[in-house]
Design a protein around this ligand. Structure first.
Ligand SMILES: Nc1ncnc2c1ncn2[C@@H]1O[C@H](COP(=O)(O)OP(=O)(O)OP(=O)(O)O)[C@@H](O)[C@H]1O
Length: 778
């Protein structure tokens, strides 16, 4: 009966537009086929297996127990396309009716729309299932329905039946729409009918496995007594009742269907929204992913930078640690220093307290001293007046002194002029080591007596040749007295000797010609007097001392506006031949030296090819003297090992200019070391040495002749008789200041030579060779 009802319901649903009359006639026909339908229903119920139901040419295949899903298992999406009967494009939403159960696991939805889905989704599934079942039963595809799809359809139909029987579900509750309310009102009669089913057999999942369908006819039959077969009227009434019931159900279903359709639309809309959301999510996801990539890149860079910064900071920390350690050491050192300073400070404080007490005492003294000072200040002011007066007196005296000095110079020159321009100094050398031994260990010279600083006596015990001392003053037999401008005893030093001739050095700077020569026998001390010992400053001779004096005076005169130019030359005359002592043998090779007159009026001569060296300092001249000394010809004789056999002439020309007074002058200094005078018999010279000696004596005797001629004012002065006098012409004449050293040997065996030298010197000293004149340059 239940199957029959289903058939009818389906048919009715399909042909709902039929008129009630038509429906009635159909019902009558179905009554005739009642037995067949009952039998068919029984077959279904008994077998509980998939059954093919044919009604009015339509077939419906019901699912067997094996086709049903286990309880609690939701329909899965792997259902074939056959499951999607009415709307294949919505198969994603085709879910088992069991999803409506409370214990069905709901599909996950995005959180944003979770609330919505939780309330709507089950309803959507159920609506679809119900519509599908309705369509299937309605026979739209009754001839083409596949067995599998019909199985599912049957299952769905049953599920919809279950829902239609009034099982409370969240779908109804969730929708809560007006349509649902209308449907519920329309369903009311059926609900009453089905309530019995619900009460007798509650719907569970297991009930789907073994569905216990109860046909409407059975329900009706249970409520009312079964009509007899012949009671067609009653039956017709029942059918009408059922038809009404079905109609109301149909309306209810239609309402629900329209609700489901709306729901489908909503869900479609929601799906679109969800798709949009999904797209948005995907877009967002991609954007976020890109952003995440960017951020990760930034993070990586940041990490790299942070690592670098970290390393930098670590380095800085290390540096700071190092600095800290150094500062700590410094602080420690400073602390130590501070402690030391503190100790010092404590000591100083003590000292300060002592000094403070001392200061108090001093202050007392100071006050007394202050008073004293005031008195002294008064005295000082008086004394200052005296000092000023004295200063004025001093100034006056200084002026007088200057005038006196000038007068003294004039008088000095006058005295020199009165003395004669050629002066003679006698110097007796001391006995040397060997000579002292021979003298019995005594340095006393027995045959020479020094009367004063100008006179000496020569004692000559016997004259084997019968010579007399006629013409000389004597205090008795064998004693001869000689007087000169100055007599230097053996003890006289080089400095004492130079002091006497320093005025001559000054005269050169004043523009006078000066000639100093040493005369004496070999070994009497001429070279010692003129050159001395260059290595020992105290033993330096007249030449270096004169040069030093001249250069020091030149510096002093610079303050008075004088500036000088000096030129030096050094030559020797050996055997009447001139040799340049400042030229090396290479330089002097093939050079001839001769005397030539510079100026006829002045009788000035010069030596051709002679090397003249400009000098600016004393050291240069010292160098030249050493060079000349090395080159000087030294010959060994019986009388003296270092006997020099030539006359040496050191010449220094000075030209001075005064920028203040526009004064100018020119002076020449000649320092001559004559060759030793010796008598031929005593020297024992032979051959070349004899010739040397003869030449030397000749030039020396010619020197004497020139001086004699000058003294006697002869018209002819034999300057040219020898190279020496020829060279010294300008210095021996009346235009120069000449000084002759007569060097005397202390040896008694040389007394005759000494006598000759002293006689020669006396002759020279008696000569008046004229007045020296200053050579002024204009
Ligand atoms: N005043 C003196 N004081 C000390 N020693 C002196 C003095 N005069 C000369 N002598 C010494 O006497 C020696 C001879 O002196 P020097 O060579 O000067 O004689 P000389 O006359 O130049 O001889 P020559 O004509 O042969 O050159 C030297 O050893 C010198 O040192």
């Amino acid at each position: 009966m239940r199957g029959q009802c289903c058939v009818w319901w389906c048919w009715f649903k399909h042909h709902q537009h039929f008129t009630q009359g038509t429906l009635l006639s159909i019902l009558l026909i179905s009554v005739f086929f009642k037995d067949y339908c009952v039998l068919f229903h029984k077959q279904i119920t008994m077998s509980n297996l998939p059954t093919t139901m044919a009604t009015s040419g339509s077939k419906l295949r019901l699912p067997g127990p094996s086709k049903l899903k286990p309880p609690g298992t939701p329909f899965k999406r792997q259902a074939s396309d056959g499951d999607l009967i009415t709307s294949p494009n919505k198969k994603a939403r085709q879910i088992s009716p069991l999803d409506s159960s409370d214990d069905i696991v709901q599909p996950k939805v995005p959180p944003m729309r979770q609330g919505t889905r939780l309330t709507r989704q089950p309803q959507t599934k159920m609506t679809k299932s119900a519509s599908m079942a309705n369509l299937s039963v309605g026979g739209q595809r009754r001839n083409t329905m596949h067995s599998k799809s019909s199985t599912l359809t049957n299952t769905k139909m049953r599920a919809s039946t279950v829902n239609l029987t009034g099982r409370p579900s969240n779908i109804t509750a969730a929708t809560g729409t007006a349509a649902a309310a209308r449907a519920a009102a329309a369903r009311k009669p059926v609900h009453n009918i089905t309530n019995r089913v619900v009460n007798s057999q509650p719907v569970t999942r297991n009930s789907f496995a073994a569905p216990k369908t109860t046909s409407t006819s059975e329900v009706v039959s249970k409520g009312k007594p079964k009509r007899a077969p012949w009671d067609m009227k009653g039956r017709l009434q029942d059918m009408e009742t059922q038809v009404n019931s079905f109609r109301s159900e149909r309306e209810s279903f239609e309402d629900r269907l329209s609700g489901y359709n709306k729901r489908i639309e909503l869900l479609e809309h929601e799906k679109q929204n969800l798709n949009q959301d999904l797209e948005q999510y995907q877009t967002d996801f991609l954007a976020n992913r890109k952003e995440a990539d960017k951020l990760s890149e930034i993070l990586r860079r940041e990490q790299t930078e942070r690592n670098l910064e970290k390393q930098e900071l670590q380095r800085k920390i290390e540096d700071m640690e190092y600095e800290t350690s150094s500062l700590t050491r410094k602080i420690k050192a400073r602390d130590e220093d501070i402690s030391t300073r503190e100790e010092e400070l404590a000591g100083l404080k003590k000292t300060l307290s002592n000094m403070t007490s001392q200061y108090a005492g001093i202050e007392v003294q100071f006050s007394s001293t202050k008073m004293l000072l005031e008195e002294r200040t008064k005295q000082a002011s008086g004394l200052m007046e005296e000092v000023n007066q004295l200063k004025a007196t001093v100034t006056t005296l200084e002026n007088k002194l200057t005038d006196s000095d000038t007068l003294r110079r004039k008088l000095h020159n006058l005295v020199q002029e009165l003395k004669g321009n050629i002066r003679v100094f006698c110097r007796v050398r001391p006995l040397l080591n060997e000579e002292i031994k021979n003298n019995g260990g005594s340095d006393v010279i027995h045959h020479i007596s020094f009367m004063d600083d100008r006179t000496l006596e020569l004692c000559k015990s016997a004259d084997p040749n019968g010579s007399t001392m006629s013409g000389l003053k004597g205090r008795g037999a064998g004693t001869i007295e000689f007087s000169y401008d100055k007599v230097f005893q053996p003890s006289s030093t080089q400095a004492e000797v130079f002091e006497e001739i320093s005025q001559l050095a000054q005269s050169v700077l004043d523009g006078y010609n000066v000639c100093v020569f040493a005369y004496g026998q070999t070994g009497s001390g001429k070279t010692f007097t003129m050159e001395g010992d260059h290595e020992n400053e105290q033993l330096e001779g007249m030449i270096p001392r004169t040069v030093k004096h001249i250069f020091s005076t030149m510096k002093q005169l610079e303050d008075k506006g004088w500036s000088y130019k000096a030129e030096a030359s050094f030559l020797e005359i050996y055997n009447e031949t001139i040799r340049d002592l400042l030229a090396t043998p290479k330089e002097a090779k093939n050079l001839s030296y001769d005397m030539k007159l510079v100026d006829n009026k002045k009788n000035e001569h010069y030596v051709t090819n002679l090397k003249v060296v400009p000098v600016t300092c004393e050291a240069q001249i010292q160098k030249l003297l050493k060079m000349a000394q090395q080159q000087r010809a030294v010959a060994s004789t019986n009388m003296n090992e270092r006997s020099s056999r030539s006359h040496s002439v050191f010449q220094l020309k000075l030209r001075g200019e005064n920028t203040k007074t526009s004064d100018a002058c020119e002076g020449t200094l000649n320092l001559v070391d004559l060759a030793g005078s010796e008598r031929l018999k005593e020297s024992g010279s032979e051959g070349a040495r004899l010739t040397e000696t003869q030449s030397i004596n000749k030039s020396l005797s010619n020197l004497g002749n020139v001086i004699m001629a000058l003294g006697q004012k002869q018209s002819h002065i034999p300057y040219r008789n020898s190279k020496l006098t020829h060279l010294l012409q300008s210095s021996l004449g009346g235009n120069s200041k000449t000084l002759m050293f007569v060097n005397v040997s202390p040896l008694e065996m040389c007394v005759n030579e000494t006598l000759n030298s002293l006689r020669f010197a006396t002759k020279v000293n008696q000569c008046n060779i004229g007045t020296a004149t200053r050579q002024q340059k204009k």
